[in-house]
Structures are given as C-alpha cells and as structure tokens.
Design a protein. Structure first.
Length: 131
C-alpha cells in the first residue's frame, strides 16, 4: 500500500515538473537519471520551512509555491559536484515526496541519487533518521 501511495505521489511530481519546467527553462526527458525519496517529519516540525532550509543549504531554490506546497531546487551533485540535479518536493502535511532529475553524460555520475543523499543527510536534524 505504501509503495502504491508513493507511486501516486511520484506521478504528481511528474505533473509538477511538466507544469513548471518551461517557465524555469528545464527540460526533462527519459535520458535523465531519476531518484526519489519520501521523508516523514515529526508532527512538531513545520515541513515547508524545513524543506526550504534543506534546499537552501544544499542548493538554490528555483521555485516556491506555498499554495500548492511545492519547492523546486537545483542541487549540485555527481562527481565533485560537477553536475546539477533538479529536485522537486511535494509536501503533504508531515510527509514530503522528493524526486531528483539529472542529465547524465557519457560518464554516469549518479547525480540524482547523490542529490537525494544530500537531502537525506540535511534532513536528519529534523527527522533524527539514521543514514
């Protein structure tokens, strides 16, 4: 059931990137690497503020849509942080679904996976999760 719900959230995230990509000058296609995570925050944490802080700490916020509880950021990741991932967060109460997309060249750098790892690490102070 949890996997089905996460899949639904990932589909929503795909719609989010379609909605905002043109205005942000982002192109996402099947050649991109893609990784995702779901983070559940404690009830006493303001998740919008936490995600804003995490994205500010790990990258540059490109879009903030508080009405729709969406954040989009560019996070440097990959080998020597030489590549950039576009990361989208969709917040639903205390749960945050996050997906990272990155263009990969001839040498695969696992950029989207590394961007997700950075977010996971930065979110530990809010969630007390082990990495």
């Amino acid at each position: 059931e949890r996997e089905a719900r996460m899949k639904g959230d990932l589909n929503k995230l795909d719609f989010v990137i379609e909605e905002y990509s043109a205005s942000l000058g982002i192109t996402i296609d099947d050649k991109n690497s893609k990784d995702a995570i779901e983070i559940v925050f404690p009830k006493n944490i303001n998740v919008l503020n936490a995600i804003r802080d995490i994205f500010s700490e790990t990258g540059i916020i490109l879009k903030e849509d508080l009405d729709k509880s969406i954040y989009i950021a560019a996070i440097k990741a990959g080998i020597f942080d030489a590549n950039e991932a576009i990361v989208i967060a969709l917040i639903d109460q205390h749960k945050c679904s996050i997906v990272a997309y990155a263009k990969e060249g001839l040498i695969k750098q696992s950029t989207s996976k590394r961007a997700i790892e950075k977010i996971k690490k930065a979110s530990c102070r809010y969630t007390n999760l082990e990495i």
